[in-house]
Design a protein around this ligand. Structure first.
Ligand code: TRP
Length: 433
């Protein structure tokens, strides 16, 4: 059986904390050891430039820390392909090829971009104030990361689902134009990993400044744990586990029996100081051996560099020939190369084009619809009073493609599969040019 290809990227901005460990690093390292999977993990340092632009030392430091963290947590660079995005020059090359099959309208709808625009609008500023083209293009770079290796599964947080959907859109558009080169990836969401509370009880997150660094030195770890918020119940008073950040942190590291024992201690009125001490001991028990490896690794950047270079070589064994194939497919090829194969693909795509039809219903109104080559309905207009109105709306869709979908929403009834509608419109437009 062909192995399942799993791929995920880690943006190299910031220092890994306990929340990252429990939510991403620990489950991912475990999954990477399973048989029947082929894993690709990479440090998304091109993505880091978007958030951390103007702070080169931070990008470098964070890349070192994150690489050391994953290795210290048990990622085996011999078994998985572990590399740095910027060591793969084929990624920005593919980004451009994908950029050219991506509707600008699709990117307009990206959550991160839209949030920035909404914020500006609310503040009364220009919509694109402070928005770099890098932020706007973020989903395309991410799609290139994924499609380059034809990953089947992409484990991500909920906030990234839309990006995976966009990668699928771009893959379909490209495949449609140039033949079946890309696998359509799927997002994999870890449903049952707990989100960890931070020092103040809210979700542990850099943006709340409430994190506990995964590899804080022992003494600092202890100090941070002693600072976790609790209620004011005195020793001897029973304490609620429900809603206790301390208890949730403990649970994320302890076995079921240890957790039950802690719950009992809460009911028996353990003092907060004592409970924090137990949490610290339990955390440190799991972290200390990894911390020792981490401290050693971080002292030896050259060794990590070498590991990443080895990973890049493995990744490029795939990326280089694949990119060569893609270049040929889009027409970036030696002038004496024979163009036939490509022509056949384009012709096949063209003969299977969707079609627009305009018609009049018994209600006296004028309608149009879009069907695929086999006649299945993709899109249906509402009734227009005059045939010219229907024709104009139809022409607009033909000319502008899927970009016009939002603006024309009140005139249209799209059967559930918006992605197919988008692709069909893109295909029609491409064939017209
Ligand atoms: N955008 C992802 C995040 O912030 C990181 C990332 C970059 C990524 N490229 C990727 C994740 C490709 C999965 C696949 O979490």
């Amino acid at each position: 059986m062909k192995p399942v290809r799993v791929l995920t990227g880690i943006t190299t901005s910031g220092t890994p904390h306990l929340g990252n460990y429990v939510g991403a690093i620990r489950p991912t390292v475990r999954a990477s050891r399973l048989a029947g999977v082929e894993s690709f993990y990479f440090l998304a340092d091109y993505h880091a430039l978007i958030k951390t632009g103007g702070d080169p030392a931070r990008v470098q430091r964070s890349t070192l820390e994150i690489a050391a963290t994953w290795l210290a947590c048990g990622l085996d660079p011999e078994k998985v392909t572990f590399y740095r995005q910027s060591d793969i020059p084929e990624i920005p090359e593919l980004t451009w090829m994908l950029t050219c099959v991506t509707g600008k309208g699709l990117l307009n709808r990206a959550h991160a971009y839209k949030a920035a625009v909404d914020k500006n609008t609310e503040a009364g500023s220009e919509p694109d104030d402070g928005v770099s083209a890098g932020l706007f293009m973020y989903p395309v770079l991410m799609a290139a990361d994924i499609l380059m290796f034809n990953a089947h599964q992409v484990p991500v947080g909920r906030d990234q689902i839309q990006h995976i959907e966009m990668a699928r859109d771009m893959a379909s558009s490209f495949n449609h134009l140039y033949g079946e080169h890309f696998t359509l990836p799927e997002a994999v969401i870890e449903e049952h990993v707990a989100t960890l509370p931070g020092l103040d009880g809210r979700k542990m997150s850099k943006s709340y400044d409430n994190t506990i660094p995964l590899f804080a030195p022992r003494e600092q770890l202890k100090k941070l744990i002693m600072g976790i918020v609790t209620d004011s119940r005195a020793p001897g008073e029973p304490k609620a586990t429900e809603g206790s950040a301390l208890f949730q942190l403990f649970q994320a590291f302890a076995s079921a029996e240890e957790t039950a024992a802690m719950a009992q201690a809460f009911a028996d009125g353990i003092g907060w100081g004592e409970a924090k001490q137990r949490l610290f001991e339990r955390l440190d028990q799991e972290i200390a051996p990894m911390r020792a490896v981490y401290d050693e690794l971080i002292q030896d950047p050259a060794r990590i560099e070498q590991t990443l270079k080895m990973g890049a070589a493995k990744a490029r064994d795939i990326a280089t020939p694949f990119t060569q194939r893609l270049r040929h497919a889009v027409g970036l090829r030696a002038l004496d190369a024979r163009p036939e194969a490509q022509g056949a693909v384009a012709k096949a795509a063209r003969t299977a084009l969707p079609v627009f039809k305009q018609y009049r219903e018994k209600d006296g109104l004028f309608y149009f619809k879009l069907t695929d080559a086999k006649g299945a309905l993709l899109l249906q207009s509402r009734g227009f009073a005059a045939p010219r109105e229907a024709a104009q709306a139809m022409a607009r869709l033909q000319q502008e493609g899927s970009v016009a979908l939002d603006a024309m929403a009140q005139h249209l009834i799209a059967p559930e599969d918006v992605q197919r509608v988008t692709l069909a419109l893109t295909a029609l437009r491409e064939s017209a040019t």
